[in-house]
Design a protein around this ligand. Structure first.
Ligand SMILES: [Zn+2]
Length: 247
């Protein structure tokens, strides 16, 4: 098989793959939103797409469905350069993905959010989809603090603090983008953002009052130690972690 990305395949290719046992679909749920002064607005979508691709490869019997490029980003709107879906809109998109993929014959569908605002609505959408399609295994990784904590653990191995790793345009996301889209990362603008704790309370503040309540430049963390080499390790670790969690 030349590719497992469904958007690069024709319908006979997809049908042949499914007949050969590729009956799991993996879908990343990204965003189009500000990512500080140094990263492009596609960051979550690009990282989600690469992660979902590696997860699908590791699973071995999976195809990757087209990545959802926008998400729930209301808390970033104050910076501009952001397109945000309403909660209900994202849930309807997920529902339509599931209905289509189930009709296609997929037996297992895995959603992987790569943006904080998508975790809650996605968890609800997955629950609804399970009720609508009881014979299909519909799962996703929807623990926001779980994934933030995992990435901070990976950062610690590089000697990067949890605060510098951050959760938005910090060490991990910047390293991943240096690996995936080096031409779109602006080194001269690397600057630290919010470097305080990031627990349930801070996450709630962000969702209720918006990112400017914590950060002036739109960054949570510090990108200054980021590198493509680290990006490769983050990507590999993240994909393995997700396979463990939802595979
Ligand atoms: Zn991001």
């Amino acid at each position: 098989m030349k590719t497992i990305r469904m958007e690069e395949m024709s319908w006979p290719d997809v049908r042949a793959a499914m007949a050969a046992g590729y009956t799991t679909a993996v879908v990343a749920v990204g965003s189009t939103e500000q990512h500080g002064p140094h990263l492009p607005t596609m960051t979550d979508t690009r990282i989600g797409d690469a992660t979902a691709h590696l997860v699908a490869l590791k699973l071995g019997n999976a195809l990757q469905a087209r990545t959802i490029p926008v998400g729930c980003s209301e808390h970033h709107l104050a910076f501009g350069a952001t397109v945000s879906l309403k909660r209900e809109t994202l849930k309807l998109i997920v529902r339509d993905y599931v209905d289509s993929l189930v009709r296609d014959g997929f037996r297992r569908i895995i959603f992987l959010p790569s943006h904080g605002g998508n975790f809650g609505p996605l968890a609800e959408a997955i629950e609804d989809a399970r009720k609508a399609h009881p014979g299909v295994a519909i799962t996703g990784y929807t623990d926001l603090l779980g994934i933030t904590g995992f990435l901070q653990g990976a950062a610690a191995e590089f000697g990067i603090s949890a605060e510098a790793c951050g959760a938005h345009a910090g060490d991990d996301e910047t390293s991943l983008m240096l690996l995936l889209e080096p031409g779109l990362v602006v080194h001269e603008r690397f600057a630290p953002g919010y470097l305080g704790p990031l627990g349930e309370k801070e996450v709630q503040t962000i969702f209720e009052r918006g990112m400017p309540a914590l950060t002036e430049n739109g960054v949570l963390g510090d990108p200054r130690q980021a590198s493509a080499e680290k990006g490769e390790v983050y990507l590999e670790r993240l994909a393995s972690f997700l396979v463990e969690q939802v595979g």
